[in-house]
Design a protein around this ligand. Structure first.
Ligand code: ADP
Ligand code: MG
Length: 650
């Protein structure tokens, strides 16, 4: 679980809390969340379905005077831990047709006064909730006198925060939801305060950075490049280019985020900026998160910078040592104008002769503050980051503080039409869609979360076999564990070859551009974050043809269906990103990194905006009064954290 010591155990807070009260008769309506208490009055057996199995048993409630059929999906191990005649409290979703309960969780015995609030942790498979709680208890005892808060006492008193030890105690063993609230108030405020302090300290540092002033230029110098393009730039794109060039003229270094939904055309804007930068005699670099994306940018760049007498080179992990050495040499001598690559671009060995502009594509794959890493490559290098996870402007300002933001809100004239549907594993819809796409010579993505076969989830290896059996010689396999040449070959084959189906993990999420792809089937869709799913479906219908995205979930999983319905109803990246963030609670870290935001342990960036604002003001006060004894510790701590992991980790 990524936990290596007792303190990390303590920091692993419950993902949510279930408040248990036995439901009353009138609460039993279809799809309602209910709690029953009673005796198991049947054997605990296994019900097998396609791909999912459930533990099944019946519970007789004496207060309600009837029995309920309980189904616990993916938890067949319960046949070992539960027995007939056990008294249990079960909570879940009620199904009026079957008089059944789709179990969310259970606890043994009656509901006592101390366990009305039931913490639910995200745990590795096989580790049970009560086991983990026992571990937490021991760890908390071990740490009882050793838990320090970074929050200065002045603010602990001002906001009447419970001690940090008490906060952890309340969070893990609450007697009421009020205690949970008290716990989170401390932990969240501390996190927000440290984050704001780090941001402010870095901001102060950045303000001191200026570049050699150059002769100002306008977008008109880029005309040779712009006129060379196979399309005309949209107004949005032109406005973005202008903003960026203005920044380049400014005496302080550019530190800008260009955000826009998938397909809004960010790449070409970065090329315009690179052209302007080259016009002023500087080298430029684009860093992409994957080999495949770097290669694609390289290919596009060769095409778009054709006949402009600009030397472009590609540097990726799989380049041979000879190629690398040659590139190192040429960069240092200034023979290369634009270098495109992965993080290999910023290894120690590389020296640039005149680095003036660095573009970071899909910024969220790298982390927020890259400035430090770039400083020793070029003191005058402007920085432009691109991200396809759009977040509301007010939020961005709170979180990024010193970052300037350009937002693309329109798509190039090609109209996107992606019809998104929720379906289940063995539905005929999937086959129908695939056959139709094949008939029209269109390309198909099949996506699953895992590489290797597991009991209860879909894997690409297994799907690859299944589809290859159904559609011989049509299927290509792609996942992160393949060698980079193999990955490249798979993508090439899919883009240009005769095979139509690519079975892949999430690795295709970023940037891949295959125009003829019109169908995507995503298995176990609820395992992905909403923003990721939106990115994934951004891969299809790229040339404006009608496209379909099928989200495959377990037919009984109401929670998943509800979560995914936002994708069915909306294609607005902003709205989806916001919805995605809202659904994350403390202790729910999965996929946070993909959202492009700093990765908070306790804070929710949407709900806790007030805490952020308070902490931001307090951080300003602390820095202003930095020589007061009471603040020395916290400032020092913030500085250490910056050194340790930059601003991205809260
Ligand atoms: P993203 O913003 O997701 O990175 P890309 O930069 O990959 O999007 O652009 C998506 C596609 O749109 C590319 O094939 C690109 O060539 C094309 N494109 C970009 N700008 C325009 C435009 N103004 N008119 C037509 N097509 C465009
Ligand atoms: Mg892109």
């Amino acid at each position: 679980m990524g936990i290596f010591n007792s303190y990390q155990v303590i920091e692993h807070l419950p993902r949510r809390y279930d408040v248990l009260n036995e439901s009353k008769e009138e609460e039993f309506v279809d799809k309602a969340r209910v709690t029953i208490v009673g005796k198991i009055n049947s054997p605990v057996t296994i019900k097998k379905g396609y791909k999912v199995s459930a533990a099944m048993f019946s519970v007789a409630s004496s207060t309600l005077r009837r029995s309920f059929n309980v189904l616990a999906y993916n938890r067949t191990f319960l046949t070992k831990s539960l027995n007939q005649d056990d008294v249990v409290t079960v909570w879940g979703i009620y199904n009026s047709k079957t008089n059944g309960i789709n179990m969310i969780n259970y606890s043994k015995g009656l509901i006592g006064p101390t366990d009305k609030v039931k913490p639910i942790y995200s745990l590795a498979q096989g580790l049970e909730q009560y086991n983990f709680q026992r571990i937490v208890k021991r760890c908390l005892e071990e740490y009882k006198d050793k838990i320090y808060s970074n929050v200065p006492f002045y603010y602990q008193n001002k906001y009447r925060l419970v001690s940090k030890y008490q906060a952890f105690n309340y969070a893990h063993f609450p007697l009421s939801m009020e205690q949970v609230r008290q716990a989170l108030r401390h932990l969240k405020y501390e996190e927000a305060l440290m984050f704001s302090l780090k941001n402010k300290l870095i901001h102060e540092e950045n303000k001191l950075l200026t570049k050699i002033k150059k002769e100002p230029i306008g977008l008109d110098v880029c005309e040779p490049f712009i006129n060379n393009l196979p399309f005309t730039l949209t107004e949005d794109q032109l406005a973005a280019c202008n903003e960026i060039i203005e920044d380049m003229n400014d005496s302080s270094l550019m530190y800008r985020l260009l955000q826009g939904d998938v397909g809004t055309g960010k790449t070409v804007i970065s090329f315009v900026a690179l052209y302007a930068n080259h016009y002023r005699g500087n080298q430029g670099a684009i860093m992409a998160p994957t080999d495949a994306l770097a290669r694609q940018h390289y290919k596009n760049a060769l095409e778009m910078f054709k006949n402009l007498n600009i030397k472009i080179a590609l540097l990726v992990g799989s380049s041979t040592q000879k190629e690398k050495d040659e590139i190192y040499h040429d960069l240092e001598e200034g023979y290369i104008d634009i270098i495109i690559g992965t993080h290999a671009l910023f290894t120690k060995k590389i020296k640039y002769s005149s680095l003036g502009l660095v573009i970071i594509d899909e910024q969220h794959r790298f982390g927020v503050n890259q400035r430090q890493a770039l400083l020793d490559k070029g003191k005058d290098a402007d920085l432009l980051m691109m991200s396809a996870t759009p977040i509301p402007r007010s939020l961005a300002l709170t979180l990024y503080g010193d970052l300037d933001i350009t937002t693309l809100s329109t798509y190039p004239n090609i109209k996107r039409s992606v019809n998104t549907r929720i379906t289940y594993p063995d539905s005929k819809l999937i086959d129908d869609c695939i056959e139709k796409a094949l008939k029209n010579d269109q390309k198909i993505y099949i996506v699953a979360p895992l590489i290797e076969t597991s009991n209860d989830r879909f894997s690409v290896e297994e799907l690859y076999k299944e589809y290859e059996r159904k559609y011989p010689n049509e299927v290509i396999l792609l996942h992160g564990k393949l060698k980079s040449e193999e990955k490249e070959e798979a993508l090439n084959e899919f883009s240009f070859g005769s095979k139509h189906i690519l079975v892949s993990t999430q690795v295709i999420e970023v940037g891949i551009d295959v125009k003829k792809a019109t169908l995507m089937v995503i298995y176990d869709a609820s395992n992905f974050g909403l923003a990721s799913l939106h990115q994934l479906r951004g891969r299809i219908g790229r040339d404006g043809s009608k496209a379909a995205c099928l989200l495959v979930v377990d037919n009984n999983d109401e929670e998943a269906k509800e979560k995914l319905s936002i994708l069915v109803n909306s294609f607005d990246g902003f709205k989806i990103a916001e919805e995605d963030l809202k659904h994350r609670g403390p202790g729910d870290l999965s996929g946070i990194r993909q959202s492009g935001l700093p990765d908070f342990r306790y804070l929710n960036v949407i709900d806790d905006i007030k805490i952020f604002e308070t902490a931001r003001d307090d951080a300003s006060y602390i820095i202003k009064h930095g020589d007061e004894k009471q603040f020395l510790y916290v400032i020092d701590k913030a500085k250490k954290l910056i050194e340790y992991n930059g601003v991205t980790k809260a």
